[in-house]
Design a protein around this ligand. Structure first.
Ligand SMILES: [Zn+2]
Ligand SMILES: [Zn+2]
Length: 392
């Protein structure tokens, strides 16, 4: 009897994937993907990215692993309890596939990640459970013209939505109820990080793997964009886990949506947030745009806090980064009032403060404007400190 031997010496880890006609493994190896949130959905996203050989994976999460995570997190073991999610997840990704680089950032996505980081990504994947963080990711991605894919699960149900600038965005999909929930929380008091994260949603490993699977599959199609595959851009996949019905919804782009700002003219500057002052940036803007140039930050910054008892204190930090300690008066215990700014005109008495010292994250992009003309300056010298592990 003749024996048929398969001696194909070209077989490698990716050979079965490469049987897919449109597959480009080299493209995937050269791709950079951000995963925001290393919880139930994030674990499934990262697992898939590692299996597929996505070359550069950035994992953002500021929380530590608790025992309750172990029922929905393939990457974590009992011995990981107490470790940072982002660190443990990055380690496991490389263990699954040594071809990938994965780096963790223990950071708050709303306040700590500079726009330059988003600009380096090919696609951003969201595995989050709150509207405020989704709204922030959405605005960051639009500003630097990057697609992002949101995943959401609750008990057995879930959905995956794909947002590609300049199409419909996450904010375009928000209902009056979504806004009411956000505004209600904002009006109570200034939100601290603890309050933003307090929502706990019941989730299962089964629904997270279904939704994360759809997200990563959509990412693959976006990355292979020269293959003209159909995608869910501007659409949402809705999955009902009780009946296993699913359908696709199409979103409408709202012309009055506040999140469609795309930065056209970005200049990479040899600057770091740690050593460049507000004055330095304003001077550059005046040089480029003329004397009427002003700076416009994409976030509100608190200068001082004052209390009705007469006590006041310097803050100089981004509103969303304030802690309970900043908000409460240490003399009388009342909630303090804040003076904030987001534009700089040149007559402020704190122009010599470094950007980092007013709460601007490393590798951020700072906008300047004169009339309707904009220039955006990237703090490019921070790249290595933030992303060195991925790009060196
Ligand atoms: Zn929109
Ligand atoms: Zn007071």
């Amino acid at each position: 009897m003749e024996e048929i031997l398969n001696l194909d010496i070209d077989e490698n880890r990716y050979s079965r994937l490469e049987l897919i006609p449109w597959w480009n493994q080299e493209l995937l190896h050269n791709s950079t993907i951000m995963v925001v949130g290393a919880g139930a959905i994030g674990n499934e996203l990262i697992k898939n990215l590692a299996l597929l050989g996505i070359g550069k994976i950035l994992i953002i999460d500021m929380d530590k692993i608790e025992q309750t995570n172990l029922t929905r997190s393939i990457l974590y073991r009992m011995s990981d309890v107490g470790k940072y999610k982002a660190e443990a997840a990055a380690e496991k990704a490389v263990e699954i596939n040594p071809d990938v680089r994965a780096i963790p950032l223990k950071a708050n996505i709303v306040t700590d990640i500079g726009l330059g980081v988003f600009r380096k990504m090919d696609v951003v994947l969201g595995g989050l459970d709150n509207r405020e963080a989704r709204l922030s990711i959405n605005q960051f991605c639009y500003k630097v013209n990057k697609p992002w894919i949101d995943g959401a699960i609750e008990v057995l149900n879930g959905f995956a939505r794909v947002f590609v600038p300049p199409g419909p965005c996450y904010e375009c999909t928000m209902t009056e109820n979504d806004w009411n929930l956000i505004n209600k929380r904002k009006s109570c008091a200034l939100l601290t990080h603890e309050q933003i994260l307090e929502g706990k949603t019941p989730t299962t490993p089964t629904s997270s793997s279904i939704i994360a699977g759809i997200q990563v599959q959509e990412m693959l199609k976006l990355l292979h964009n020269d293959r003209k595959l159909p995608t869910l851009a501007g659409k949402g996949y809705v999955f009902n886990g009780l009946t296993h019905d699913s359908f696709v919804v199409e979103y409408q782009r709202k012309d009055d949506c506040m999140s469609h700002d795309i930065y056209e003219d970005i200049k990479e500057m040899p600057w770091s947030a740690r050593d460049i002052s507000i004055r330095d940036v304003l001077n550059q803007a005046k040089k480029d745009l003329g004397d009427s140039a002003i700076l416009e930050f994409d976030r509100d910054i608190v200068t001082i806090a004052t209390c009705s008892c007469g006590h006041s204190k310097n803050i100089f930090n981004v509103v969303n980064k304030l802690s309970n300690k900043d908000i409460v008066c240490e003399k009388c215990g009342k909630t303090m009032r804040f003076e904030t700014f987001h534009s700089i005109y040149g007559d402020e008495n704190f122009l010599d403060k470094k950007l980092f010292d007013i709460g601007i994250p490393l590798f951020h992009i700072i906008s300047s404007r004169s009339g309707l003309k904009y220039i955006h300056y990237e703090l490019s010298n921070d790249k290595n400190e933030v992303l060195g592990g991925l790009f060196e």
